[in-house]
Design a protein around this ligand. Structure first.
Ligand code: MCN
Length: 826
């Protein structure tokens, strides 16, 4: 399926060239934050609250300061003067009960890098130990005596909203941050009149990111100049630079942020963290370089978590299953504080609860809630896996209600194929789509019709196991995106990105990008785009990223935006290069510019192909500047900043086939087919890799992962033995294919792929598990379909145990979360 392009093809875009990044990374020559050692460097270790809610009494640092190698121990009060502002929340969305109503601001609490007087989740920083080695710093942490005056704790999202619940911010008297509503069409009327209404509550568990490289930061101050160089394992060096400067009142020109090689982020490094701010503050205070590398258990407590959302999802339909309207109310657990984009995460899914289906009316309501838990924020997919999960599961429930096959219910409701932007029920403009084509291909690859026949003939059994088939025909919104639209959503920054191309006299090319790859292979794909645009080889292109001294302008990497926005900026910069090169070539060849055509990677005189100029040749003459046309500046350089007119909307069909052991509840995925449509493709190998990783992450979410807290706010799943993630051994081989529906948003016709697998796969797996369990009478099964939960569900259906439903943040059944049977009438 995936082919490596022949170099002779001279067309690099679309070819599966191997990643240029890999030789260095695979031979241990990567340069990560932990590889950095500076003369005189001190180490930081953080004293973290062991309790989830307490007023801080006295903090006695005397014993810690006497420990070997300790240079300083600083509390929140000691560091209070360092902060010019609270930690940033860049998406303080409005509170609006109806879209047209006047808005007030969401409640966004102050959030200090080191707590000053109260802690609100387990793991919050209360003091910083500075020592001459990592070990000395860590040893002294336990010697800091903190007096915690404990307060009542609330970890359950629904409890937090009840009258009488412990309140986390006294001044507000409520744990609600905001209610945000989006509505289109006559939703209530449609629901009242619809012959079929299906309603279901889903819970998307809290997830803990597990990038291979933990977080880390090194700060080098130059006290005499007031300058700082910050190396951080971050996805967002540009944004970090601005927000470090703002929060610490340091001129931006004196702040340089470098994201060296970064070993994965998955959204968890799209943040400005307390440890980064504290490291700069301590380096400024002491005038010495400092370093901090996160411990894995520390990361479980203090790196953001993802998801943790209750969804009350409803669809209204005709008797034969034609969708009329969707309505959803969310309760999103933000944890104790807002991190960088916490409040906005549910909004990334707000427009997608009707999926790829046509309907007349739409309503989305989100309630953001504080609890005494680690803050949640962007985690791969961010808002879109939640939306996809709800609509794709309820479409299966609708199919059952009206007696149709899950594939058929989808086929009859798909938005018909379109190639130009088209408004959908939630009010957005989808860019292009052909949803039926992806499902047709996926069904064929999976052998869907035969599997259904087998299932029917065998009563759903195969070799003593229960056979289940699940479909997910997902859509996502990515390529973040038009700055004006982001402003309407009260996002605090723009959605543009930047690129610069420098064509050197040697014939080589440097590309400077504002994106910040940390596993996505931009060096390779940007080289392919530049190579085709400029008629050079990818090997001649160097791509510079992730260092604000060399790449001062950019918006970084998240939201599967880099290709659609940053890649397009590169494409636009190349257009500028070619426009200038054409002028110079015409002058040198003594023809009119219109007589030149760009062909086979060079400018040729139409009808006289031997009269031609390549970009490297023109770059040389632009550099010597001996005979340039009048008004043409020397040098062949160009920059572009691209702000897209719309998002992009990749979509696809995933089919999962499972066998469930009825005795143990063990689920085995025996086939997984993913047909994705991310528009035109730059590099099929990289796209496949992104889908592989994304699907693996989604399967982990579907079958393994769930962060749990006890009622005191103690994280019960605080390490890798209690928080389960699968390895390659637990995962099947994936069958991948594609359809191509070019995006109407950008000139390359590309859509994002970085999150698609994670968004698509959880409902495919759960629909398959639910399908397998149905013959046993299991009415409902939710995330994650671990062996234990499946086994309990089977026992529940047999009347051997109560039907199990996980409590939010707890171990077992909470009455408030009792589901209606799937497909049950509201
Ligand atoms: N690509 C392509 N053709 C397309 C679409 C994409 O060749 N039609 C290529 C791009 O050129 C790029 C890669 O695929 O090399 C991903 O591009 P894109 O979809 O634009 O996504 P981003 O580069 O913006 O990456 C962000 C996305 C997100 S949001 C998360 S989370 C995520 C992900 O990427 N985290 C990752 N993939 C990850 N992969 C790794 N290894 N590590 C992470 O932390």
């Amino acid at each position: 399926m995936t082919q490596v392009a022949e170099p002779a093809a001279k067309r690099w875009v679309g070819g599966g060239i191997l990643r240029k990044e890999d030789p260095e990374l695979l031979t241990g020559q990567g340069r990560y934050v932990d590889d950095i050692a500076l003369p005189g460097m001190l180490w930081l270790s953080f004293v973290r609250s062991p309790v989830a809610h307490a007023n801080l009494g006295s903090i006695d640092t005397t014993a810690a300061k006497q420990m070997p190698g300790v240079v300083a121990v600083l509390t929140g009060q000691d560091l209070a003067d360092e902060w010019a502002a609270s930690m940033p929340c860049a998406w303080p969305i409005a509170d609006r009960t109806m879209p047209e109503e006047p808005t007030t601001d969401a409640r966004v609490p102050d959030h200090w890098p080191v707590a000053k007087d109260r802690v609100r989740y387990q793991g919050e920083i209360v003091a910083v130990v500075v020592a001459d080695s990592r070990e000395h710093a860590a040893d002294a942490v336990s010697e800091v005596q903190v007096d915690y005056d404990e307060l009542p704790v609330v970890t359950d999202l629904e409890e937090a909203l009840k009258e009488g619940s412990p309140v986390i911010y006294d001044a507000w008297g409520t744990n609600k941050s905001y209610t945000w509503t989006l509505a289109n069409g006559e939703v209530d009327r449609v629901f009242n009149e619809a012959p079929v209404v299906v309603k279901q509550r889903y819970y998307h568990p809290r997830l803990i990111p597990n990038a291979i490289e933990p977080r880390g930061v090194v700060v080098q101050p130059v006290p005499a100049q007031g300058e700082f160089t910050v190396w951080s394992a971050t996805q967002i060096p540009h944004i970090l630079k601005i927000l470090l400067s703002l929060t610490l009142n340091i001129h931006e020109a004196k702040m340089r942020v470098i994201a060296p090689d970064v070993g994965g982020g998955f959204g968890s490094k799209l943040n400005v963290y307390a440890e980064e701010l504290a490291a700069v503050a301590v380096a400024r205070r002491l005038g010495q370089p400092v370093k901090w590398i996160e411990e894995r258990t520390e990361g479980y407590l203090a790196t953001i978590h993802g998801r943790d959302v209750i969804q009350d999802m409803e669809v209204a339909a005709t008797e034969d299953g034609k969708l009329l309207a969707t309505r959803v109310e969310l309760f999103a657990d933000f944890g104790a504080y807002m991190q960088l984009v916490t409040p906005g995460i549910p909004l990334l899914g707000a427009f997608l609860y009707h999926g790829v289906y046509d309907c007349q009316a739409y309503k989305f309501v989100c309630n953001g809630v504080f609890t005494n838990k680690t803050p949640t924020d962007a985690y791969r997919g961010a808002g879109r896996p939640e939306a996809t999960y709800a609509i794709e599961r309820i479409m299966d429930a609708l199919a059952r209600r009206v007696g149709k096959d899950p594939a058929e219910i989808r086929e009859m409701n798909f938005i018909p194929p379109f190639s130009e932007a088209r408004e959908v029920a939630s009010g957005l403009q989808f860019d292009s789509g052909n949803y039926r084509a992806t499902l047709d291909k996926a069904k064929e690859l999976a052998g869907y019709d035969e599997l259904r026949r087998e299932q029917q003939a065998s009563g759903g059994r195969r070799d003593g196991k229960l056979l289940g088939i699940g479909i997910s025909t997902y859509i996502e919104i990515c390529g973040l995106a038009p700055s004006q639209t982001l402003s309407a959503l009260k996002y605090g920054a723009g959605g543009w990105d930047a690129a610069t191309i420098r064509c050197h006299p040697t014939g080589k090319v440097t590309v400077v990008t504002g994106t910040s790859p940390h596993g996505q292979g931009h060096v390779t794909t940007w080289s392919q785009i530049a190579a085709d645009s400029l008629g050079v080889s990818p090997d001649d292109v160097e791509v510079i990223h992730g260092d604000t001294a060399f790449s001062p302008i950019g918006m970084d990497t998240y939201g599967s935006r880099s290709l659609a926005v940053g890649g397009t900026a590169l494409y636009k910069a190349a257009e500028k290069i070619r426009a200038k090169a054409r002028t110079i070539a015409a002058h040198e060849l003594e023809v009119a510019e219109d007589d030149l055509e760009w062909k086979d990677g060079k400018f040729q005189v139409a009808g006289a192909p031997d009269k031609a100029k390549t970009i490297p040749e023109i770059a040389f003459s632009a550099w010597t500047a001996h005979a340039l046309p009048a008004d043409v500046e020397p040098g062949l350089f160009a920059s572009a900043v691209y702000d897209p007119p719309n998002f992009t909307f990749p979509a696809g069909a995933h089919i999962c086939v499972v066998e469930v052991d009825p005795d143990t509840g063990r689920v085995e995925i025996v086939k997984y087919v993913a047909v994705d449509d991310c528009g035109n493709i730059i590099n099929p190998l990289i796209v496949d890799g992104q889908v592989h990783g994304g699907v693996a992450q989604g399967i982990a979410e579907a079958m393994y992962e769930e962060a749990r807290y006890d009622e005191n706010g103690t994280l019960l799943t605080g390490n890798m033995s209690t928080y389960r993630i699968p390895s390659a051994a637990e995962l099947p081989s994936f069958t991948l294919d594609r359809t191509v529906t070019p995006s109407s948003t950008n000139p390359m016709g590309v859509k994002g792929i970085g999150e698609a697998g994670t968004i698509a796969s959880p409902p495919a797996v759960l629909n398959a598990v639910a399908d397998a369990l149905r013959p046993l009478g299991v009415e409902f099964i939710d995330l994650p379909a671990s062996a234990e939960r499946v086994w309990r569900a089977i026992r529940g259906a047999r009347g051997e145990a109560p039907a199990e439903r996980p409590a939010v943040g707890g171990e077992t059944g909470a009455a408030s979360m009792t589901p209606t049977p799937e497909g049950g009438q509201a």
